[in-house]
Structures are given as structure tokens and as C-alpha cells.
Design a protein around this ligand. Sequence first.
Ligand code: GAL
Length: 417
Amino acid sequence: MPRGIALTAALLAVLAAAGGAAPRASPPPAALPVGPAATPPMGWNSWNTFGCDIDEGKIRRAADGLVRSGMRDAGYRYVVVDDCWYRPQRDSAGNLLADPQRFPAGMAALGDYLHARGLKFGLYMSPNDETCAQQTGAYPGRTGSGDREARDARAFASWGVDYLKYDWCHGAGSPATARAAFTTMRDALAATGRPILYSINPNSNFPGAPGETASWCDIAHLSRTTEDIQPVWRTDRGNSHPMGVRDIIEVQSGLTDRARPGCWPDPDMLEVGVHDVNGYAGLTDDEARTHLSMWAMFAAPLIAGNDPARTSPAARDLLTDPEVIAVDQDPLGRAARRVTGGDHQVWVRPLQHGTAVALYNRGDAPARITTDLRTLGLPPGTYPTRDLWTGHRTSTTGPLSTDLPPHATTLLRLGRQ
Ligand code: GAL
């Protein structure tokens, strides 16, 4: 986008923050090119399994695991190195550097390693003076990109970065300052000329944080809608840390109409195959299938959080299911809407060819969930149906019904004849 528009947007944001009057004829928000986000990105991120404890050996082994397990070929291409990869201090010229103990070969070498294996390279940083781990004291230093966006964006591009996760994570700020800071990095990335997928987390804990209430489609390809996911079914804390799969489905259910090519509301990364982390045992297989089914219905980014070098065949099979991935990646790019709420939910997602339907048992008891074409908003007809997890085929002229254990989901694909 032209630089002038960005500066104007940033200025408006600052004026709004300061309570100043904005000029009457303000330009419309600039559109972010769809770029590399025509469909929701798929990949892997270090945070859910390794947290802050990362180094280049672990990332390379994870990358090799993605290749060996078939996850790369199923679509998981981005390898995103989350927090704690950088040297705690910048150099005297202000450059951001790799931590020499953790990443002695440097970030460009890591990018080369990933690209040579048909993978893409993602990195984490923050718009304020500290990253999230620095803010919480889990990692030393102050290396955030605030006021150094252009320099950092150039460094990312020179290292071959394809994806930036940019995380507000600060107790101070306002919706306007957050918008301005995220816009500044958007424009710094664009100025490098390298297509870099831009994933922001504006959902932080400063007073008045816009979080999931705001749309960020003019600024970023992905915007986080919730606090951090954990490998647990529910915590019942609303949209606050820590969150389980069921909690996130509830938050995301009100936001699905925002999804479109180039702009995907992000309900956080996958916990499938993540066990014994942060005191949580992990999801059951039914819960893991619900997690994947609903993320596919949401058109959510599929960023795996397991350890691909050690993942079980069962978790790999869930993560790489081609028909579930095809729902997530459907080129129409429209997310599902909920047509029946409560504990026995029904969701419908229009696809380029056909319709996806999820029957989701949110409750803690086994349940029969029943729906019909009219409730789904589908015209009368005969619809071949396929259960995407079992492969079972049948057809319907009206009713659909499934018996589900607690926390389980049946994911169907319907086509009309
Ligand atoms: C959080 C973010 C997590 C992870 C973490 C790193 O704010 O939501 O996904 O990136 O920071 O410190």
C-alpha cells in the first residue's frame, strides 16, 4: 500500500488516542493484499510443546519430523519459531540478532535449512519494547520492535522469513495505539518487497484491549481472537488465560462471518498430539477430532503444536486427514455459522462444491444430535453425505442424525444431486 495512506492511518490512530479531532474526510482503511493467505495458513509452531525452551537443533528436528511424518505433504508448511529465539540485547547499531547460544548458525541458516526441505520460515516478535516472555520475566532483555520496525522487517526479509507472528502482549496500550503499531509493521513488511504472511495477536490484557471485538482485516492476514490455548477441554474462564478447546469454540462462534481470503480470525494453534504440558494431560481422541473439525469449520489457520519428531501415528493421522484439511482449505473461504446452539450444536459451512456440516456434542453426556436440510438452510433434494472421519457414505433427503459420545463431533460433507 502507498506509504502516505499508512502514515495517515497511523496519525489518525494517534489523534484518536490523544482525544484529538480527526479530519472529517478520513480515507477508508487500506485493504491488505490477500498475498500468501488466500486460504488459512498451515504449519507448525514451537510454542505449544517447547515454550521458551528452543534452539536450532529442536527446530531442525521438528522440521525433519514434519517431512518424515507426512505433515509437510499434508500441507503443514510454515515452521514458526515462537518466542525466545533472539539475543536478549540488540547490537550497538540496534540490530536484532539470533541468540548465539540457542541459534549459533543464525536465522538465515535456519531459513535455508527449512527452504531446502520445501518448508517456509516463520518468526515471532512484539510491537512494544518487550516480547511476551520478556514481559513476564521468562526471558531476559528488551528486544521488541517498537520504533525499529523498518530495521527489523528488513532483517526478517534478509533471513528469508515468510511469516511474522507479531504479539502485543503488554499490559499497557489502547486500541488506537495497538492499531497504529500493527499498521506500522504491516507497512514495514510491505516495504521489504518480500511476501510475508502477517499474523498478529492483538488480544492482550491492557484495559480496553479490543481483542476479539475488533476486525483487523485491513491490517493483518491473521488476527488472534482468544487468549492462549492449552491441551485441555475446558477451563470455563471465558476469553482469559488459560483456555480449552470448548472455551475457544464459544468465543469464535460469534466471529466466523469475518473470515475471508486474506483475513482469517485465528482461534490459536492446535493442541492435537500435545500431552503433559503445563500440567495438562492432553485431549482425548474425541476432543482432538472436535478440535480439528471445528477449526476446519472456522476456516482457521492450522498451526500444529505437537512435537512432529515424536508424534504418535494416531495424532499424525488426525492432523493429516486430507478430507478434513480440504474443508479447512476450501477455496470459497467462507467460515461456518452455527444454526443450533446449546450442548448439541449444528454448524454449516458453504464450500466451493457442496456443504460441510458439523454435529458437535459440547456436553458431558452421550447425545443424539439431529438436524435437517431446512435447518441447515439447504434447498430440498437428495444429498449424498460422507462422514469425513469414518469415511461412511450415505445420502439424505431431509434428516441427519448422529450418536455422539461427550465432546465428540461428526463432520459431514454434503453434495447435491
Ligand atoms: C503469547 C502468545 C503465545 C506465545 C507466547 C510467547 O502472548 O499468545 O501464542 O506466542 O506469547 O511468549
